[in-house]
Write a protein of this length. Structure first.
Length: 266
């Protein structure tokens, strides 16, 4: 009986721990009147997601009510506290930062290229910047709602409008004229992982690997690994190398004249 009680107790504790680990705080939804107004939005979310000090800091340059009205005028709906947090972050950490740089030296700021368009005044740039950041947030939000495994979203291509959802174990590899290089991603590759990708075309198990060119375009298929010819090495060197140490040894042996393009010394 004691043994059975112990097993039941352990099982019960496991259930409690499981609940603690998996239970998430629900996101506060907007349940106020429609149409939304700056006042109803602030009332719904100010004490839940943003401190009073934060709003006061924003108010130094932008009135929170005017800022929220500006977002509403663009047809945006604040669905929940996450939306409120992101749009306030756009103001404080994004737009206000850009404005500080601009005000420090307006003559050097303009003309400014921003995603293919040249801007000559702050007002037009400011509006383009806001639209761009709102679009990026909406794309990210939609991707995560469509697929819970999405950890982040990258925006690629020359115009930054290619939307690429990525899981946590992911990496973007630049395969350009200068070889292979890590562009971005959500997890850190080991040196051997990167070596295997570049020289063997071998991906880490369970990872999403995306290749792009020097312009940020996603390559339609996996590019070939680095070849002897690309490195201008003799045809009889052992290939592919096992690791960086092996490759360094190959270079040293080539300098010593061990390989002469005849035969295969593998």
């Amino acid at each position: 009986m004691k043994t059975i009680f112990t097993v039941v107790l352990i099982f019960s504790l496991c259930m409690v721990v499981s609940c603690v680990k998996t239970t998430k705080t629900p996101v506060i939804k907007y349940e106020g009147p429609i149409p939304q107004t700056p006042e109803t939005i602030l009332q719904a979310f100010t004490f839940n997601n943003v401190s009073i000090e934060w709003l006061q800091a924003c108010n130094e340059r932008y009135s929170p009510t005017k800022w929220i009205q500006r977002i509403l005028d663009k047809g945006i709906v604040f669905e929940d506290a996450n939306d409120f947090h992101q749009y306030m972050m756009l103001l404080r950490s994004g737009l206000m930062h850009q404005e500080r740089i601009y005000l420090s030296d307006p003559e050097k700021w303009f003309p400014k290229m921003y995603f293919g368009t040249i801007y000559d005044d702050w007002k037009s740039f400011e509006d383009a910047y806001i639209d761009r950041q709102i679009w990026k947030y909406q794309q990210t939000k939609a991707a995560k709602q469509a697929d819970p495994t999405v950890f982040s979203v990258e925006f690629l291509g020359p115009d930054g409008r290619t939307v690429l959802p990525l899981p946590k174990k992911s990496v973007i590899i630049n395969r350009g004229l200068k070889g292979y290089g890590v562009s971005s991603g959500n997890a850190k590759l080991t040196e051997q992982h990167m070596f295997d990708i570049a020289f063997k075309g071998k991906h880490p198990w369970g990872w999403k690997v995306v290749y792009i060119d020097d312009m940020g375009n996603i390559l339609p298929k996996k590019p070939p690994p680095i070849s002897r010819e690309e490195l201008e090495l003799p045809a009889d060197v052992p290939w592919p190398p096992k690791n960086q140490e092996h490759l360094d040894r190959i270079y040293e042996e080539v300098k010593q004249g061990r390989y002469n393009n005849n035969g295969d010394n593998r």
